[in-house]
Design a protein around this ligand. Structure first.
Ligand code: NAD
Ligand code: UDP
Ligand code: UDP
Length: 310
């Protein structure tokens, strides 16, 4: 049994990670400031003897005793991370410094939930970890992209300078139950719109692509990354390489929900990446992992969840 700190543990991915690690027999400390997460996501764990919840903002120091840290605290959807961009950068950068300082003091292993956004609007397709990315440093997405890039820098400097045990995973678009209904991300938006028979809002002409990973697959890879030997730091891409255009995604959601919604086209947000697909050769090799859940199957689970909260 390990004592594991999960920052951002009341969010979409963090709450599922709490469930998974509790089920594996560990002692979980969930830390969250509820900016985009919710107590509802972890309500079912509140009376569990191996679960502890703490309201805390990771931009402030945190003194606790743990063996492992999963650093997930950070709003992930463009709507939320652009709402208070200064706080977003602080969360990534000050949050990383504090969690790395904590890991250094207690000699804990620490994993960073990084992102495919470090590749920006990529000129290399699919994206391998060796690609340095094409990121606008002063645009509306920069608070998130550059914050996450700086967090990676800090992780690797603590590794070089203080020999910390680090794991950096670059997560590609992931979806599933417990996504926030007003989160603004494409999968939740399309499903919520389809279930209400409202217009499906495609930004741009819908030809931009993304590769969507179901959360169960993602969490399996994340835990496998944490459990690698000390010589493995990443960064490692985790995501599902099956690529879809937003128009294709809209059509699949319409079919699965048997919705009467119409597709409408709205303007494309600034700096919206045109394409994204992970090269997962390293994850296959180093983690012995590849995603199993097909988009249609993961969407069915997600649609069922949104029906229950409608
Ligand atoms: P989410 O918004 O549901 O979860 C983020 C959690 O962090 C929320 O519970 C939020 O309240 C909390 N948080 C935000 N700022 C905080 C702060 N300063 N202190 C403490 N808690 C704070 O998003 P998610 O999809 O679950 O994302 C989890 C992590 O994975 C994020 O770091 C995100 O950048 C990363 N990620 C997610 C995706 C994806 O597609 N879901 C893709 C790439 C990276
Ligand atoms: N820190 C923390 N918890 C700890 C240890 C450190 O939150 O258990 C924070 C502390 O605020 C510090 C930061 O992590 O500023 C970086 O710590 P480090 O030891 O690397 O640097 P220093 O203390 O010299 O600033
Ligand atoms: N998108 C869309 N309609 C929506 C929400 C998003 O067409 O209602 C598009 C968005 O412009 C982007 C893609 O879907 O091209 C994925 O957006 P999301 O915010 O989910 O993730 P990210 O852009 O961070 O990959």
């Amino acid at each position: 049994m390990k004592r594991i700190l999960i920052t951002g543990g009341a969010g979409f991915l963090g709450s599922h990670l709490c469930d998974k690690l509790i089920a594996e027999g560990h002692d979980i400390l969930c830390v969250d400031n509820y900016f985009t997460g919710s107590k509802k996501n972890i309500e079912h764990l509140l009376n569990h003897p191996r679960f502890e919840l703490m309201r805390h903002d990771v931009t402030f120091p945190l003194y606790v005793e743990v063996d492992e840290i999963y650093n997930l605290a950070c709003p992930a959807s463009p709507v939320h991370y652009q709402w208070d961009p200064v706080q977003t950068t602080k969360t990534s950068v000050h949050g990383a410094i504090n969690m790395l300082g904590l890991a250094k003091r207690v000699k804990a292993k620490i994993l960073q939930a990084s992102t495919s956004e470090v590749y920006g609007d990529p000129e290399v397709h699919p994206q391998p970890e060796s690609y340095w990315g094409k990121v606008n440093p002063i645009g509306p997405r920069s608070c998130y992209d550059e914050g996450k890039r700086c967090a990676e820098t800090l992780f690797f400097d603590y590794w070089r300078q203080h020999q910390l045990k680090i794991k950096v995973v670059r997560i590609f678009n992931t979806y599933g139950p417990r996504m926030h209904p007003n989160d603004g991300r494409v999968v939740s938006n399309f499903i919520v719109q389809a279930l209400k028979n409202q217009d499906i809002t495609i930004y741009g002409d819908g030809s931009q692509t993304r590769s969507f990973c179901y959360m169960d697959d993602l969490l399996e890879a994340m835990v496998k990354a944490m459990n690698t030997g000390n010589d493995f730091t990443g960064p490692v891409n985790i995501g599902n390489p099956e690529e879809f255009s937003m128009l294709e995604l809209a059509e699949i959601v319409l079919k699965l929900t048997r919705s009467k919604s119409k597709i409408i086209f709205q303007s494309l947000p600034q700096d919206d990446p045109k394409q994204r697909k992970p090269d997962i050769s390293l994850a296959k090799r180093a983690l012995g992992w590849e995603p199993k859940v097909r988009l249609q199957d993961g969407l069915k689970e997600t649609i069922s969840y949104f029906k229950t909260i409608a």
